[in-house]
Design a binder for this molecule. Structure first.
Ligand code: NAP
Length: 454
């Protein structure tokens, strides 16, 4: 099957690429391995220089990249620029802190001297999704490269132009030739890449189904594996919350990137006392979002990334309504060529509905009303997922106590869940395992080695 670059706003094909055969894959992995053998000999200062160059190029080419993202997966230009700037931030972050993160750590033991040292493990295969087609890649590649590894990328098949632009970016930033390679392979060929003796670890950001598949291949071949999977983040609104602020943030968190974010506020959980007031603010603000051409500067909501994803989402919505949820905004696809779906809100979502249990990966919020704070915490944890969560209350100390009881990779109090290069990112339960970003991210793909000397 070829790689097809298709504009989801118009449903027109932009470009097609032929997928590689097995021979091309083997040759590329061999080249990547040799490039990493060279790269491992560079100093951290030399690696930092390349990483800063990548950041500079990202700044310089921000408009070009944002346009590419817009036409391939429908992200509005404004959001695309923000994504590219965030990539630059992450590259600079690892350029500045990589040396410190990789330093030996002395440990007092019965030895004359003992310490922990950090070494690259080889080639890291990144299997990445289309929703943040630049940032998801930089998030694994920047720390992995800084640690001295090489990277090979199997990107989502609907963003080949972004995938090739990233390869070019690392080439232009003067990283060792072939150190970062985009593999034009299909999902079915990922198993072969994992099995290769030239691949030493794999990291996936994607669905639970792909996670299970990739983890099983990694297990079979005893390769290190990190999984960043789906989420259905709780957004708890307590009775003393600043409702205006909470509603504005809920709109941003749920509907940015047309709702296609793993850490979007997918389950909105207001407590009974303020549920009606909060919901009317939330509906009013969501209805105000301007949907349209992702290439227009004023657009806030573009199309979804693919028509099949919109169809799947709408099926979840209609099933949930049949099961008792109430549509209070949107909930009908926009007719026409593009994969447009309006900002939508389902109220009265209960355990009996799909929207309660499943991730809604698009612009649909599920409102689950809780009788009180205790029930809100129960609902927040009553999910297979455990990625992000947020709590809204004027009593931040009390919200902090509640945060300790939420089973998730992060809890934000009075703020929107987002990734930040300085903080670890990842989930628990069916949201995956392992961490990206911060010093935790760089050490996921390092051999943590003990040295003991008497
Ligand atoms: P997906 O279908 O799992 O695709 C992600 C990547 O995995 C793509 O490159 C895809 O290739 C590949 N892939 C799919 N099935 C595979 C298989 N059986 N074996 C090997 N590779 C396979 O995910 P998606 O639907 O595009 O992305 C949305 C999901 O990702 C959501 O669940 C979302 O929450 C999650 N996500 C998580 C995070 C996080 O940080 N935790 C961030 C973003 C998204 P093809 O495109 O060729 O199929």
């Amino acid at each position: 099957m070829p790689y097809i670059s298709l504009n989801p706003a118009t449903n027109k094909t932009l470009k097609t690429y032929t997928s590689w055969d097995g021979r091309q894959l083997v040759a590329a992995l061999e080249q990547a391995y040799h490039a990493q053998r060279t790269w491992v000999c560079t100093t951290l200062a030399e690696r930092a220089e390349c990483m800063h160059s990548a950041a500079t190029l990202l700044h310089e080419q921000v408009d070009e990249y944002a346009r590419l993202i817009a036409i391939e997966m429908g992200k509005p230009l404004r959001e695309g620029r923000a994504e590219v700037e965030k990539c630059a931030l992450a590259c600079d972050y690892y350029a500045v802190h990589g040396d410190h993160f990789m330093q030996n750590e002395l440990v007092q033991t019965d030895a004359n001297k003992s310490y922990v040292s950090y070494h690259p493990i080889g080639i890291v295969l990144g299997v990445m999704p289309w929703n943040f087609p630049f940032f998801q890649v930089i998030r694994f590649a920047a720390p992995a490269l800084m640690a001295g590894n090489g990277c090979v990328l199997k990107h989502a098949s609907n963003v080949p132009q972004c995938a090739l632009a990233l390869e070019q970016l690392f080439r232009d930033a003067k990283f060792t030739s072939h150190l970062f390679t985009t593999l034009m392979i299909e999902a079915a060929d990922v198993a072969e890449a994992i099995a290769s003796h030239n691949v030493h670890a794999v990291t996936l950001t994607g669905s639970e189904t792909a996670g299970r598949e990739i983890a099983s291949h990694a297990g079979r071949h005893l390769k290190k594996c990190v999984l960043e999977l789906g989420g259905s983040d709780a957004f708890i609104v307590l009775k003393d919350a600043d409702l205006e602020q909470a509603a504005s943030t809920a709109v941003r968190s749920r509907f940015q990137n047309c709702g296609q974010s793993c850490i979007a506020a997918k389950r909105i959980i207001p407590v009974a006392e303020i549920a009606d007031e909060f919901l009317s603010l939330f509906i009013e603000k969501a209805a105000d979002l301007k949907m349209g051409d992702p290439l227009s500067e004023t657009t806030q909501l573009g199309p979804m990334a693919r028509l099949d994803l919109r169809d799947d989402l709408h099926q979840q919505v209609t099933d949930s309504i049949t099961q008792g949820a109430q549509s209070v905004l949107g909930c009908e696809p926009i007719p026409g060529e593009g994969a447009f779906y309006p900002p939508s809100i389902l109220d009265r979502v209960t355990m009996k509905t799909r929207a309660y249990h499943e991730e809604l990966f698009g612009p649909v919020a599920a409102v689950i009303r809780a009788t009180d704070e205790e029930e809100a915490v129960h609902i927040a944890n009553d999910t297979r997922f455990g990625l992000g969560s947020s709590i809204w209350s004027r009593d931040a100390e009390h919200a902090e106590e509640i945060a300790q009881r939420i089973e998730a990779g992060c809890t934000f109090i009075n703020g929107m869940v987002r990734s930040d290069p300085r903080l670890p990112f990842g989930g628990t339960k069916a949201s995956g395992f392992g961490r990206e970003l911060s010093y935790h991210g760089i050490r996921e793909f390092a051999n943590i080695k003990t040295v003991w000397i008497r």
